[in-house]
Structure formats: C-alpha cells, structure tokens
Design a protein around this ligand. Structure first.
Ligand code: GAP
Length: 456
C-alpha cells in the first residue's frame, strides 16, 4: 500500500505546527521555556511511535526464525565504552565563533566563517558526544558512567549469554530497541537530530566470508521495509559511505536516506562492523566470545552486519511522506495518508447527533470496535469538521451512526484516502474493518456492490 497521493513537499515548520496542534510531538519541558533538542510525544505521537517500533519488531523478530530479541540496560559498565572505542573515538570536530560564541560541527560547515554572524572561528577540537553521569553516592572518577550512545553494545556484551541460552547457529541476529543519548553539537530539524532518541538495532552475526553477501541482503530488506509501510520510492535512496566517512568500527556502510525538507539525510545506517566489537570486548574482558562452528570444527569470531534505524527519525519521515493538502469541495483538506499499520487511530466513531437513542447505539458500536482497534469517539461539531479532524491525524476509517442506523442496523464507513463511503451492517463491521485495515481495497466486495456505489 504505497502512498500515491499527489506529491507536495511539506516544509518542516508546517509539520512542527501540525504535530503540536494535534498532539503528536511537544517541546520537552515547554512550560520552562523548553529543553533544546529533547521532545515529548503526545497522545497521538506515542501511538505512532509504538506502531513504528512494533512494525519493526514484527518484521525483524517475530516473522523470522533467525532473529531473537534483547532488552539490555541503558547504563553499562564503563569499560564497555572504552573497549568499543567510543571514549576515544566517538567525537565530532567542534569550532566556536570568536564573536558570537555559537558552536558548530566543523564537518557540517560550507565556508570558513561563522554561518550566523560571519565571525572568525576557532581551530577545530574533538568533542566527545557521550553524556557522562555518576553511579552511586560518591562523586569520584571511579563512579563515572555513560548514557549509551547506541543500543548495539548491549547486544555485543550479551553475545555469549544469548548463544548459550538459545544455541543459535550462524547466521542469526539479535535485535533490540531502546533509548540512546548523544550530546550533539548541532541538533535540529525538529526530531531529526535530538539529544535523546530511540534506536531499533540488529546485530546479524555471520560467517566472515559471507559478510559482503549479507550486507547486500540487509540493504534490500531494510529499504523494502519503508516501502512496505507506504513510503514513496522517489523519496528514498541508498548511499554508500566514502572511506573518510566510515565510523571507527565499520568496514563498509550504507545509509538509507530520505528526502527530508532540508535535503537527503540519513534515515538508517547499515554497516558491516566485521569482528571489531566482539574482538575488542573479548580482549578487554578476558572472556572468550568466539563461536564454535561444528561443520568446520573451528572457533572464530563472527562478523556483525548491523541495520541501525531510529524510531523518531522514521516516525518523522513517515509523517512528512504521508502529508498532503487536497481539494475537498470548495476547500482544501489536510490529510496524513499514513499506512493503516502506522496510523495512531484506526477507526473513529461519529454519531450524527447527540440525541437518544442514537447516542446509545453509537456507544455500543464504539464498545464493539475498541476491543479490536485503537478508536476515537467524536461527537463535537459538524460531521464535515469531524472528518477533517480525522483526516489530519491519518485515521483510515470513520464510522458514522445516523438515524437510519436505528432502523436498518447499518452504519456508514468512510475511507480516508478516497473519501468513498460504504454502508455496512453493524454485525459485520469488525470483520469488514479488519479486512480493509489489512489492505483489502475499499471499493470491492459484495457489500460495496450492494451499498457502496450508491453512496460514493
Ligand atoms: N549502532 C550504529 C549507530 O548508532 P548511527 O548511524 O550513528 O549508527 C543509527 O545511528 C540511527 O540512529 C540513525 O540512522 C538515526 O535513525 C538514529 N539517530 C542517530 N543519531 C540520532 C539523533 N541525534 N537523533 C535522532 N536519531 C538519531
């Protein structure tokens, strides 16, 4: 179900405003003036984010035999980050303007002067992006720990635990989702670059000689995941990292890029990390982290292929990609053509009046649906305005209960994308909506032949 609505690129300010107005995303600690580059997800945002995360988990873990899940702690032994190279190498070059004192990432700058005031810049110095904190009541150097900058290390340090408990054979993967923290020098573009964000990462362990082939496999698999969830192909591309861009652990890496309002930017990174991490942790901990290959009769360190995506960045890209402004009679409707799997609300129940016995019937219809779908009950203002409100948050279907419903025990179902309508017996509503939400075309089937064409 790819988004085929007419393309009109939405700018970031419009999206920020929609997200705030409709309760998707708020500035963190807004009543205190906000905390830079941290975001709170409102009632609709939290559903969208859950749906993104669950769609990923389903595709990466539940639908595969070769993948298992993990949920490691955010706080890890500080040696983890020494061994992984993050204490030494997880840094960006920082320059400061000598006049206005704004700070910039040197590798992001086009010219050699301050982009804000044109002032002279200092020489670059390396700035480590990890947040430091302390564990326990004693404030000495020994108590320093880090907020994890990637979830991946939780996977590597648990490699032997997972192997021992599941007896998996290569190739297999360990997947996890969770918060990560980076003290970014130049956060911005809404949630695109935040200081607290959530990752969806997998380390797929393979025989070393098959690493290139598995990297290709994951490039295709991950690119297609976005397409299957409705993202427009013309807004997605793969880009290989140049040698000078590769992270300290990577042998090869590609980004899935999305055409954000500020230009093509990384949505997900897919890297061949080789055996870098297992080797480093093995050396630093003194523990054996090799895999015993029964066929070869050998112990060796497998290579890790890492598809690493962001929940927040994906959610933002899905919102931007689904946004459309479309003519509706004499006006323009704003609609999010979100894939039904991602839409925060699946079905809205709209009683045509606040009078009995219509309300009782609408409440009953709502009660019957909310046990299967995320629903909203909305009885405020005209039906036209209520449709608009649901379109703007991407609700795939609206169910209208009218006076005729009392007589014929049928309701009208309206499709968000085509705005076509279909009369459905209440007794069949759950079944019909389930089929339509799972991708069955709206204007097909016997019900459509009997009742849809007259209404559409
Ligand atoms: N373990 C590999 C790794 O962390 P990365 O390319 O630095 O690789 C992976 O990050 C993904 O995490 C990115 O593609 C992006 O979706 C998300 N991400 C990284 N930094 C982010 C930030 N500051 N704000 C929001 N998302 C971020």
């Amino acid at each position: 179900m790819t988004n085929t609505a007419p393309t009109k690129k939405v700018d970031m300010d419009t999206m920020v405003s929609l997200c705030k107005r409709r309760g998707f995303i708020f500035q963190s600690s807004e009543i205190y003036g906000g905390l830079a580059s941290c975001w709170d997800y409102g009632p609709l945002g939290v559903e969208l984010k859950r749906n993104v995360r669950e769609a990923w988990w389903q595709a990466m873990v539940h639908q595969r035999d070769d993948m298992i899940g993990l949920d490691a702690a955010i706080l890890m032994h500080p040696q983890t980050w020494v061994a992984s190279g993050h204490v030494q190498g997880f840094s960006d070059p920082l320059v400061e303007c000598k006049s206005c004192h704004l700070r910039w990432r040197a590798d992001d700058l086009k010219g050699s002067v301050c982009p804000s005031c044109g002032g002279e810049l200092t020489e670059p110095r390396m700035f480590n992006l990890m947040f430091k904190t302390r564990m326990g009541p004693v404030e000495d150097e020994a108590s320093v720990i880090y907020m994890r900058p990637e979830t991946a290390q939780g996977i590597f340090v648990n490699f032997q635990n997972v192997l021992n408990t599941t007896r998996k054979k290569l190739p297999f993967g360990i997947a996890q989702t969770g918060k990560a923290f980076r003290n970014e020098i130049t956060p911005g573009n809404f949630t695109f670059r935040s200081r607290e964000f959530e990752q969806m990462e997998c380390e797929y362990f393979v025989k070393p000689e098959t690493a290139d082939q598995w990297l290709k496999y994951w490039l295709e698999e991950r690119f297609n995941w976005y397409l299957k969830l409705g993202m427009r192909k013309e807004n997605l591309r793969l880009r290989q990292h140049g040698k000078d861009e590769l992270a300290h652990y990577a042998r090869d890496c590609y980004d899935v890029e999305y055409l954000f309002p500020m230009g093509w930017s990384e949505l997900e990174g897919i890297a061949n990390r080789g055996d870098f991490d297992l080797k480093q942790h093995s050396a630093a901990s003194g523990k054996t982290l090799t895999y015993f290959d029964e066929e070869k009769g050998e112990h060796y360190l497998p290579c890790a292929i890492e598809p690493s995506a962001g929940v927040d960045r994906s959610a933002l890209a899905f919102l931007l990609d689904s946004y459309a402004e479309e003519p509706d009679k004499d006006e323009v409707r704003v609609v999010l053509h979100l894939h039904p799997r991602l839409a925060p609300v699946k079905v809205a129940v709209l009683p045509l009046s606040r009078k009995e016995p219509l309300v009782a019937m609408a409440r009953e219809v709502h009660a019957g649906l909310r046990c299967c779908f995320v629903t909203q009950y909305d009885d405020a203002q005209s039906i036209g305005r209520r449709y608009r409100r649901q379109d703007e948050i991407g609700t795939p279907f609206c169910v209208t209960v009218d006076f005729q419903s009392i007589e014929d025990k049928q309701v009208t179902v309206r499709d968000r994308d085509s705005m076509k309508q279909l009369r459905v017996p209440i007794a069949e509503l759950q079944k019909v909506l389930s089929a339509k939400l799972c991708g069955e075309a709206f204007d097909t089937g016997p019900l459509w032949a009997a009742h849809g064409e007259q209404l559409a």
